[in-house]
Design a protein around this ligand. Structure first.
Ligand SMILES: [Zn+2]
Length: 534
């Protein structure tokens, strides 16, 4: 019984772990690496057709975004997740595929002009749509047998609609082990969804550590603060522009704005229009408004029981086509515009920023974490002007930060989560899904509390019956970006990362039959000779 670490190892994206029991392979998440690109998303460190099952903790792309690639590469197994995750994942993977396709098209257009080879998208919308045919949805608390000796169960992680931590009971050679995979652990008191559920005991835990080194600021009255900003801005004749992640955060905003309208908190323009300018957000809102018994918190359920539609109120409009989107900035009517992407690095939000940043009467409201290097972060840092669509735009609008509402548990909540794992207390905790320094720091915090813990490296392998590390793996080279945002020598770094993967693969091949090993060695020799000659 072995556990392999194939992603989110000492970094925050690309979650992927693999459990091998009785020769069968179960992936827990298959996420896309985002942002830094330390690992090439096209290089799966395992054969897609050797994977029997995938258990998906939640729909965020950094946990599910490589499923279409897995399917494209010949995966023939089953994907298990909760019903709500299955629905959200469907639209999010198609959206991700759209981005992959247009990225590749843009690169290919450039390549054609310079005579370089064309770029193939990582996967297409068609690949993304095929994922659904492999999915079996289940409900929280339901025990599912994958094959004799392995049972799994999903419990509410309180992070995103449908999010779960996964409990795997596995038996090999008459020995039983229970594993707990945290997925992303939710924050308490988020609107709409429930708080994280209680955790059972487990022999081994794989847990996230995103906020392993800090606690959240206290949230004041979110509804009233937001109402004040809207009231002031619309009263001045400006627009309120809110960059927001299309799934989850946009629905929370609608939930708050419905309440603001119902309580009449905006006096300057009581019937102010609200536009959701993101096709993905619109589709996601449809899912959030569907049959979600078993997924909502008590307050949301009470609203539903009272016949209140949580995400619907007068003057809510959806802009769908890009023409409708552009028209929003032409009519001069003060309004609230919610659009993606949440960190302003892509998407329609950039048009709205172009038309509102220079207006001192408008306000840009940030409601989520803004990573370093993003346009959102630069605006929060107070830049005086930004370049959008080749034009220099002065920043005169008010910039407001509502960062108190996080979907991730903070340090104290992560600690109480793991300390609730009793009977048995974990023999070992593998700390993943945190920045390099943070995951190491959090692992040390757990050790100081008397737990056995460490932050594994990429491609590490651990024998769960013998309780020892078989492979230590490696830390991918961090890519630096030069001033223009171009990646320095990325081809060389990719080659070097592949070289390290090759070494790890050779180590794992020890024990295979001599004939196979000799053939592999011959092929490597030939390839080296060929390249030495070039
Ligand atoms: Zn997440």
């Amino acid at each position: 019984m072995k556990l392999f670490f194939y992603g989110a190892d000492q970094c925050v994206t690309g979650s992927c772990h693999c459990l091998e029991v009785n020769g069968r392979r179960i992936l827990i998440d298959c996420g896309l690496q985002q942002g830094r690109d330390e690992i090439d998303n096209a290089e799966l460190p395992f054969a897609a057709n050797a994977v029997d099952f995938v258990l998906v903790t939640h729909a965020h792309i950094d946990h599910s975004g490589r499923l279409p690639l897995l399917v494209k590469r010949g995966f023939q197994g089953r994907i298990l997740t909760t019903r709500a995750t299955a629905e959200l994942m469907d639209i999010m993977l198609q959206d991700s595929a759209n981005i992959q396709e247009s990225d590749a098209e843009w690169k290919s257009r450039k390549a054609r002009r310079s005579g370089e080879p064309l770029t193939e998208p990582l996967y297409t919308v068609e690949d993304a749509m095929r994922v659904q045919s492999f999915v079996s949805a289940c409900e929280y608390g339901e025990t599912v047998e994958l094959f004799p000796g392995v049972q799994v169960r999903f419990e509410d992680a309180g992070h995103l609609l449908g999010s779960a931590f996964v409990i795997v009971d596995a038996e090999e050679n008459g020995e039983k082990r229970r594993l707990l995979f945290s997925g992303d652990i939710g924050n308490v008191d988020q609107p709409i969804i429930r708080d994280p559920g209680t955790v059972p005991g487990a022999d081994f835990v794989v847990m996230e550590s995103t906020y392993g080194d800090r606690n959240h600021e206290e949230v004041k009255d979110y509804t009233e603060d937001l109402a004040d900003v809207i009231d002031g801005t619309l009263g001045r004749g400006g627009n309120v522009v809110i960059p927001a992640f299309a799934v989850g955060r946009t629905q929370e905003l609608l939930y708050f704005i419905r309440d603001i309208k119902a309580r009449g908190l905006v006096r300057s323009v009581p019937d102010f229009p609200v536009y959701i300018d993101s096709p993905l957000a619109q589709r996601a809102t449809g899912i959030f408004a569907g049959d979600l018994r078993g997924y909502l918190d008590d307050e949301a359920l009470d609203l539903v029981k009272d016949g209140v539609e949580m995400f619907r109120f007068p003057d809510l409009r959806m802009a769908v086509t890009s023409e409708e989107s552009k028209a929003l900035n032409a009519d001069g009517v003060p309004k609230v515009i919610i659009s993606a992407s949440g960190m302003c690095d892509a998407g329609r939000i950039r048009h709205h920023l172009k038309h509102n940043l220079w207006r001192s009467e408008s306000t840009v409201v940030f409601v989520g974490f803004q990573a370093e290097g993003t346009l959102g972060r630069r605006l929060l840092d107070g830049v005086e002007s930004v370049k959008l669509f080749g034009e220099e735009i002065a920043v005169h609008a008010k910039i407001v930060n509502f960062n108190g509402l996080s979907s991730h548990a903070d340090r104290d909540h992560l600690l109480s989560w793991i300390q609730a794992v009793q009977d048995p207390v974990p023999r070992h905790v593998f700390v993943v899904h945190g920045d390099r320094e943070v995951s190491q720091f959090f692992a040390k915090t757990l050790c100081d509390l008397g737990l056995d813990a460490h932050a594994p490296q990429y491609t590490a392998c651990y024998d769960l019956l013998e309780e020892r590390e078989l492979e230590v793996g490696y830390l991918p080279v961090r890519k630096r970006r030069d001033g223009d945002g171009k990646r320095a020598s990325s081809a060389y770094e990719r080659l070097s990362a592949l070289g390290q993967m090759l070494v790890e693969f050779i180590k794992r091949s020890r024990g295979r039959d001599n004939k196979t090993l000799a053939r592999f060695a011959d092929q490597l020799r030939q390839m080296l000779d060929r390249w030495e000659d070039m």
